[in-house]
Design a protein around this ligand. Structure first.
Ligand SMILES: [Cu+2]
Length: 183
């Protein structure tokens, strides 16, 4: 079979101008002091994937459509662990919004992410680490070695406020405590 490489096609001039206008408008919105980046991102993704639903109140839509729109809501949170703190120490997630939480250990020692009540309040979908991926994990303690990173994909299910700690001896007393809220 003859190999035919893809030809590179230039962006049409009209499209090029539209891209510029679009990116400029996004930059302007990001620059406004009270910009809610989460909301802006949701709006932009909705405009791309469901333009006819932009600005529509989701509660007026069928359930299945609301689920599709919920996927436009990015929840992508990074928590850094180090000696001896969680940064940020207070996390807020939203019930029913699929979330990816990255746990990044920027310290010199192993740390853990432990919140028994939070783990009961979520549906854990997968836990990803350098070693691989575990689906539907039973999560009790997430241990993150120095300079490593793990990602927990989950669905927040039960609203509430839950204490967070590093369970390694004395680390909580030294400051590795936090709080997780599902609202
Ligand atoms: Cu620790």
């Amino acid at each position: 079979m003859v190999f035919l490489p893809n030809r590179i096609v230039d962006v049409a001039p009209d499209a090029d101008l539209l891209y510029d206008d679009w990116l400029t408008s996004i930059a302007e919105r990001l620059d406004t002091p009270d910009c809610d980046r989460r909301s802006l991102c949701r709006t932009l993704l909705t405009e791309i994937h469901f333009p006819h639903l932009t600005g529509v109140d989701p509660t007026t839509l069928p359930h299945a459509t609301r689920v599709a729109l919920a996927h436009m809501d990015p929840e992508n949170v990074t928590l850094e662990l180090s000696e001896f703190q969680f940064e940020p120490a207070a996390l807020v997630f939203r019930e029913g919004v699929p979330t990816r939480l990255t746990l990044r250990n920027v310290g010199d020692r192993t740390h853990t992410f432990v919140s028994e009540r939070f783990f009961k309040a979520i549906a854990a979908q997968k836990l990803v680490s350098a070693a691989g991926e575990v689906s539907n994990p039973y999560v009790e303690t997430i241990e993150v070695p120095s300079v490593e990173e793990k990602q927990l994909y989950f669905l927040p299910v039960a609203k509430g406020t839950y204490p967070l700690e590093c369970s390694i001896l004395l680390h909580d007393i030294f400051g590795m405590e936090g709080q997780i809220t599902i609202e």
